[in-house]
Design a protein around this ligand. Structure first.
Ligand SMILES: [Zn+2]
Length: 383
């Protein structure tokens, strides 16, 4: 165990050097234990009570809850410990070595978002329990980039960690209080193959799917008329037809066809409702055509999230940055934190344009204002 917390620079280097890819492809998926162990050592040395939490059903994956101070209320500074997979051949820097070049700190997870955890520890440097009237929690989660199993496990455990939370996802230090939810759904149709020369010999799944697709485009228009939120750049829910596969040969009647869709939900919409609407439409068309059908999730959906504009954490984020809290079209762990009763703001030093890209970097100049911002939040919510 470390005796003293190392310098911020040393922490940043160590976090980038500890691989922690999470991926739905088991061949690429890695444990995040190395990152959790580093954070636990540093936070122990800083006087926090650290509690690693194994994720049920996900061996080698852990969250870490580190607490300074006690009592109700308080502030959670949260970040995910995992990164997306990388393609080393497209990087001109070593993804696992923090490299400073032209004012940029290059490395996998610099922008999205291991660095935030080190900056949060740095912001708390020197604080002791006696300095706090409400607890400060540093929370590190697993699997944000894949299944969100870490945040889901916390929501399942049902114990709120604080009254307010800030997730340091890359927003260019702008506060975000609204996000869309994300669903991926598969529509599967099964008909009957037969020789192409006589349609009565089979039941064509591709014919059925083109009708389903036409109907989904009608449904998309309806959804756009039913739901609108002016805070989002794309103000309506979206439905994207992203993948299709069916049949094998032009001279055979297509026996099976599968379509994958991406749906982005506005706050107030529920994945279950959309899935049953979609299923009802697919069922109607399939029934008429004598096709078997299934509608199934491609992954567990991420709900939309909305933290009220009047929440103290939103007001504090706006006051400290000088920016109005906005909205993003991508999913974060915020809905799971909201579910736990924590009013959550998304705000971090990276830029989403650099996230999930080769040569991911963080502008070094973003670090001092982030420290300033986090210290301001700690003063406001814990002291
Ligand atoms: Zn992220």
């Amino acid at each position: 165990m470390a005796q003293t917390t190392p310098s911020l620079r040393t922490m940043l280097e160590a976090l980038v050097s500890a691989p922690s890819v999470s991926c739905v492809d088991p061949a690429l998926d890695q444990s995040n234990r190395a990152v959790i162990d580093l954070l636990a050592d540093w936070l122990d040395a800083a006087g926090f009570r650290t509690r690693p939490m194994e994720i049920p059903g996900r061996p080698g994956k852990l969250n870490l809850v580190a607490t300074l101070g006690a009592g109700p209320g308080g502030l959670v500074l949260a970040g995910h410990t995992d990164t997306v997979p990388y393609d080393a051949s497209r990087w001109s820097h070593d993804p696992f070595r923090l490299t400073e070049d032209g004012g940029r700190l290059y490395g996998l997870g610099t922008s999205d978002m291991k660095t935030f955890l080190a900056i949060a520890i740095e912001a708390a440097r020197g604080l002791a329990t006696k300095d706090l009237t409400r607890p400060l929690v540093i929370l590190a989660t697993a699997d944000e980039e894949s299944s969100m199993s870490g945040a889901r496990a916390l929501a399942q455990a049902g114990r709120p960690l604080g009254r307010y939370a800030v997730i340091g996802e890359p927003t260019g230090l702008r506060p975000v209080r609204l996000q869309k939810g994300v669903m991926g759904e598969a529509v599967h149709l099964v008909g009957r193959t037969g020789h192409a020369s006589d349609p009565s010999l089979g039941c064509n799944a591709l014919d059925g799917m083109q009708e389903v697709m036409g109907d989904i485009l009608v449904w998309r228009e309806e959804l756009g008329g039913r739901y609108k939120h002016p805070a989002f750049a794309v103000q309506t829910p979206t439905v994207n037809l992203g993948h299709i596969h069916g049949g094998d040969n032009p001279n055979r009647i297509c026996g099976e066809c599968e379509l994958h869709l991406d749906l982005r939900l506005l706050p107030g919409m529920r994945a279950e409702d959309l899935r049953s609407e979609l299923a009802a439409r697919v069922a109607a068309i399939s029934g008429r055509r004598g096709l078997e059908w299934r509608v199934e999730p491609l992954f567990a959906s991420i709900p939309p999230a909305e933290t009220p504009a009047g929440s103290a954490i939103v007001e504090a984020g706006e006051a400290l940055t000088g920016h109005r809290a906005g909205a993003v079209n991508f999913g974060t762990e915020a809905p799971f934190f909201n579910e736990l009763g924590m009013e959550t703001l998304v705000m971090g030093p990276g830029d989403v344009a650099q996230a999930h890209q080769p040569d991911e970097y963080l502008e070094a100049a973003r670090i001092p204002p982030t420290l300033e911002l986090l210290r301001g939040l700690i003063r406001r919510f814990c002291q």
